[in-house]
Design a protein around this ligand. Structure first.
Ligand code: AP5
Length: 214
């Protein structure tokens, strides 16, 4: 079963996915992390997507479909958190089409006002090795610049610079907001207020997830 987390860049999808993984034992598939792994390993996919992601644009749908095919699995009992997909209506239709193998149990929209997103993204620091994320103010690592989880150096993602964030927000508005309308007409859509501490947001999200699993 698939639980989709959708929301603007910096809404906290990855943070909440990590919390659901550690507290509920779900598996997560972050398409952004999967693509960054391809770039790091210099695969054919990595070579195609590096510049596109660096510009803050969307990677072609067929590349994402390959990643989904490779990593989604077909175990209907397992809950897979899909973080970062679908990003446009075509991708949402693809997900519906593969629903017989792996049905979508819910689509949770993590909603955060735009003015907060730039602050969250400019302060984000990410581990290039295990993908853990921190924030210099709201969630600093114990040792400055070092990942609490694996001890590697923390870096700023190249697409977290202010101009790239603006571009990603534009792309979200034009391509991903229509995905929300696509799901709003179904009973799979849930909105969660993404403002507050990570624990407060988690409590709201957990409410939705518990309802879906009941
Ligand atoms: P991706 O990696 O998916 O990036 P994104 O959607 O832009 O989302 P982010 O990872 O930036 O934010 P998040 O919501 O996970 O926030 P986080 O939890 O880290 O995609 C990157 C690129 O890959 C795309 O631009 C595109 O090129 C490509 N791509 C990926 N999927 C694709 C697809 N399906 N189709 C085409 N292209 C695709 O939190 C952010 C910060 O805020 C952190 O520092 C965190 O500590 C902090 N924070 C979190 N929650 C809170 C809180 N409640 N209060 C205060 N601070 C908080």
């Amino acid at each position: 079963m698939i639980l989709v987390l959708v929301g603007p860049p910096g809404a906290g999808k990855g943070t909440q996915a990590d919390m659901l993984v550690s507290r509920k034992g779900f598996r997560t598939l972050s398409t952004g992390d999967a693509l960054r792994k391809h770039i790091k390993n210099r695969t054919d996919i990595g070579k195609v997507v590096a510049d596109i992601m660096g510009r803050g644009e969307l990677v072609p749908d067929d590349v994402l479909f390959k990643i989904l095919e490779e990593e989604l699995g077909t175990d209907k009992e397992e809950v897979v958190l899909l973080d970062g997909y679908p990003r446009n209506v075509e991708q949402a239709k693809t997900l519906s089409a593969i629903g017989t193998k792996n049905p979508v149990m819910g689509v949770v929209h993590v909603d955060v006002p735009k003015e907060m997103l730039v602050e969250r993204l400019s302060g984000r620091r990410t581990c290039g090795s295990c993908s853990a994320t921190f924030h210099v103010v709201t969630n600093p690592p114990q040792k400055n610049g070092v990942c609490d989880r694996c001890g590697e150096v923390l870096v700023q993602r190249p697409d977290d610079s202010e101009d790239k964030v603006q571009k990603r927000l534009e792309v979200y508005e034009t391509s991903t907001e229509p995905v929300l309308s696509y799901y709003k007409n179904t009973n799979a859509y849930f909105r969660v207020d993404g403002v507050g501490t990570t624990d407060e947001v988690y409590t709201r999200l957990e409410d939705v997830v518990s309802g879906l699993l009941r």
